[in-house]
Write a protein that binds this ligand. Structure first.
Ligand code: COD
Ligand code: ATP
Length: 205
């Protein structure tokens, strides 16, 4: 049986960096940010629905959705974010299910679902266990501003649009602090894999 590990954490906490680790271990990773992007591609259902709701001003000259512009709208207004979530989350969820089904259970005993808003969307009920990547807000701000070239205000709005870390910590089965180097993170993940194998949560096929 395939076991689902829900991977989550605040924006720029290090989830994509963790994805690389799992993929190097030949453990499949389903990336929900990628799915969210795919469903907004021209011709996809999400494209039509989002355009209907948010209007033509979110289009680039080539008629593709300008995610950066849409991000500015929704991260500035809680109600708009809720509206976008209502449109996109059912489509994203469907796609996750389809991708899990694609992973042959006899081959893959562990599948990672990287879902930034896992707890916000109550997605943990579909996971066998969850891993939270945690970092303090000051470090999160620093890494986010550096990576996405965001102003302090814009970075803070994105962080505040998500569930506070303290709340996520209560919901997660495993918590890894990503305050050290990337090598430190890797060592912690190696340890975690041993732990979940030891508890017979993984490798059951
Ligand atoms: C708002 C959008 C258009 C911005 O696109 P953009 O390419 O600029 O950012 P990207 O998708 O790479 O997201 C970056 C980070 O923002 C945060 N984020 C994205 N969506 C949300 C959300 N609905 N609520 C809180 N944080 C979010 C996550 O930490 C994510 O990793 C896009 O994120 C989106 O369509 N979001 C709604 C769907 C969703 O919930 N996606 C999250 C994965 S399920
Ligand atoms: N331990 C670390 N030390 C230094 N930089 C790090 C560390 N872990 C991650 N980073 C850097 O921090 C930034 C955010 O990491 P990453 O992109 O993995 O986060 P994320 O959680 O996937 O973000 P998002 O929520 O936007 O998808 C990246 O530039 C990454 O290279």
């Amino acid at each position: 049986m395939t076991k689902i590990l829900g991977l989550t954490g605040g924006i720029a906490s290090g989830k994509s960096t963790v994805d690389v680790f799992f993929r190097e271990k030949q453990i499949p990773v389903i990336d929900c940010d990628q799915i969210a992007h795919d469903i907004l591609n021209k011709g996809e259902k999400g494209y039509e629905l989002v355009l209907k709701q948010f209007g033509m001003n979110i289009l680039k000259s080539d008629q593709s959705i300008n995610r950066s512009a849409l991000g500015q709208i929704v991260f500035d207004d809680e109600k708009q974010l809720e509206t976008l979530n209502r449109i996109t989350h059912p489509l994203i969820f469907q796609e996750i299910q389809a991708k899990i089904a694609l992973n042959n259970p006899s081959k893959n005993s562990l599948v990672v679902v990287d879902a930034p808003v896992l707890f916000e969307a109550n997605g943990q009920k579909y996971c066998d266990f969850t891993l939270l990547i945690a970092i303090p807000e000051s470090l999160q701000m620093k890494r986010l501003m550096l990576r996405d070239r965001l102003s302090k205000g814009a970075a803070l709005k994105r962080i505040r649009s998500q569930m506070p870390l303290s709340q996520k910590e209560k919901l997660a089965d495993f918590v890894i602090n990503n305050t050290g180097t990337k090598q430190d993170l890797k060592s912690k993940l190696e340890q975690l894999l041993l732990e979940i194998k030891g508890e017979d949560l993984y490798g059951m096929s």
